[in-house]
Design a protein around this ligand. Structure first.
Ligand code: FES
Ligand code: MG
Length: 571
């Protein structure tokens, strides 16, 4: 055993300080030999009953601990701030950065040699990765896995996506409120994250693709026995990572991020991956820009037929072979020699995973769609960029000119969207302001503005919508998101008025407001600055320091790697 091991600077001393450190843990029943220099593995847990998608992570942590003990390590489980998409207000995104600080500071300030990161619900994955990347210990992630396929009366119920669809039916008068409530428990049948290719499954897929988790991590259902066995293996491998000194930064590289961006296109993954991967890259010092998402993956075909871009759900994706099959199908389009936490390359991890011919994962010769990457738009309406997921939009709206129907903020939207008097038509462009990182605050998932009820009743199923908000990974439509700079940070989105003509041209990557510069300047001088409200607390810190979507909406002072060194002891 090495005297250099990080945890031994806590436990290795024969002095009063070593006594304190060991004695405290012996109070939990740990025998003396646990402090003999064996790798100490933190199990960083986002378990919380306020994050129901992560409610089974205490159980998974037990299986991780078994694997750690089996490999000769000492597991120590600890909680960090969790982020529950279904409950938290005003937006989990506002607290992603706070959770990442919790992770970073807890890892650095405690006697840990390596860490297993347990995440599930959307923001918990990037929060843990961001915090861990700033510390750079040997690290491995374990995702909670998706919930089982939901069904009611023989109809499949996709998480999130099904809710939006059913609520549109309620608003259009074709579903009763009683049936709507009845569907609640049918959609979420078990522990686990959304059963669609929403943000949680997308980020779990990114983690597996980047080589930060064991092979199979993304798709095994939350309650499948194989998820527990994966947890056991993850704990075992964490101990070996410490012995090999295989740090997060060895695996999390420009190449692995490019792999993630490409696989995200192939799986029809969430637009939220953009802000999360940009934020993670920002912690590592790896250069990654918004434009990379378009440049690196524009030509990648959509292979995975999952809601919201396709038909099936995560259980079907697991049965079809999951991410390893997708990686093999993409083949040379990926950096297959990228190192991973298994100690093997990405290509070696997935060797032989060719699938069995399931319709859920298509071949590159027969894709669901060509060119499925996220498109990055620019123009006078989004000088620093905006994004759209063409695979989730009605194709005839990807080139569109229409008159703006403007909502100044979310309250204005809620008050007027279903007003029968609203001057809106199927070819109008719905614009929402004030929903960016600073404006809302917290850049909520409100970018898929509801289609006005009177248009729904007339059979309209998609419209061009533009905002500085995000969109749930389970949502769909011709939705332009993440407009930067946002309206509350002086972006031109703030200057749009009812009746202005907006041109969207996705093939040309263009988002243009047909109003001349002089008129925009006049409007700007009338509108003035958007002051930062004096809220106090974390919100104040967030408002003062959050960056725009095109750089990941992290707090500016959290960018970069600060390492695991601590200059002072505590006693
Ligand atoms: Fe938690 Fe979708 S709400 S994963
Ligand atoms: Mg979501």
């Amino acid at each position: 055993m090495s005297e250099q091991r990080r945890s031994q600077t806590w436990f290795g001393g024969a002095d009063k300080i070593g006594f304190f450190h060991r004695s405290g843990l012996k109070a939990m029943g740990l025998p003396d030999r646990m402090f003999d220099g064996r790798p100490v593995i933190g199990i960083c847990n986002t378990w919380s009953q306020l994050a129901p998608c992560n409610a089974h992570l205490r159980d998974l942590a037990e299986h991780v601990a078994r694997g750690v003990y089996e490999a000769g390590g000492l597991p120590l489980e600890f909680p960090v701030t969790s982020l529950g998409e279904t409950l938290m207000r005003p937006s989990t995104m506002m607290y992603r950065n706070l959770a990442s600080m919790d992770v970073e500071e807890t890892l650095r300030s405690n006697p840990l040699d390596g860490v297993v990161l347990l995440a599930g619900c959307d923001k918990t994955t990037p929060a843990l990765l961001m915090g861990a990347a700033s510390v750079d210990l040997p690290s491995i992630m374990l995702s909670g896995g998706p919930t089982l396929t939901g069904r009611r009366n023989g109809v499949q119920l996709p998480s999130g996506t099904g809710t939006y669809a059913m609520y549109d039916q309620v608003r259009a008068g074709t579903m009763t409120p009683e049936d709507f409530v009845g569907a609640e428990v049918c959609m979420w049948r078990s522990n686990g994250s959304c059963n669609t290719m929403g943000t949680a499954s997308t980020m779990a897929s990114m983690v597996e693709t980047m080589g930060l988790a064991l092979t199979g991590n993304a798709a095994i259902p939350a309650v499948d026995a194989r998820r527990r066995s994966l947890a056991h293996d993850t704990g075992h491998r964490a101990v070996e990572l410490v012995r090999e000194d295989l740090r997060l930064s060895t695996v999390l590289t420009r190449e692995s991020l490019e792999n993630a961006i490409r696989v995200n296109a192939a799986i029809g993954g969430s637009t939220n991956a953009v802000v999360h991967l940009l934020a993670v890259a920002g912690r590592t010092g790896v250069e990654l820009s918004l434009d990379d998402f378009d440049a690196v993956a524009a030509d990648v075909p959509l292979l995975v037929d999952l809601v919201p871009s396709g038909r099936y759900l995560m259980e079907d994706f697991f049965d079809a072979g999951g991410i390893p099959v997708v990686i093999n199908r993409l083949g040379d389009r990926l950096h297959l020699d990228a190192p991973t936490v298994t100690g093997r390359t990405l290509g070696e991890n997935v060797a032989g995973a060719t699938g069995w011919g399931s319709p859920v994962i298509r071949s590159v010769d027969d894709p669901l769609q060509e060119n499925a990457g996220i498109a990055v738009l620019r123009g006078n309406l989004a000088p620093d960029g905006a994004i759209i997921k063409p695979s989730a939009a009605e194709k005839d709206l990807l080139v569109h000119r229409g008159r703006a129907v403007v909502f100044e903020d979310i309250d204005d939207l809620r008050a007027r969207i279903d007003d029968p008097e609203l001057d809106v038509h199927a070819d109008s462009v719905l614009v929402l302001k004030g929903a960016g990182p600073k404006g809302y605050p917290g850049m909520p998932e409100m970018g898929n503005l509801p289609i006005p009820a009177k248009l729904l009743r007339a059979g309209v199923t998609d419209m061009v919508r533009i905002s500085d908000a995000r969109m749930s990974g389970t949502a769909f439509g011709a939705v332009v998101l993440h407009v930067a700079p946002e309206s509350a940070a002086g972006g031109p989105l703030a200057l749009v008025q009812d009746g202005d003509v907006i041109e969207l041209d996705v093939p040309a990557r263009r988002l243009h407001l047909e109003v001349d510069d002089a008129e925009l300047e006049r409007r700007r001088s009338v509108r003035g600055e958007h002051p930062i409200p004096d809220t106090g607390g974390y919100t104040q810190l967030y408002l003062q320091h959050v960056t725009q979507a095109d750089t990941g909406a992290d707090l500016d002072f959290l960018r970069g790697k600060r390492g695991s060194g601590v200059p002072r002891a505590s006693h």
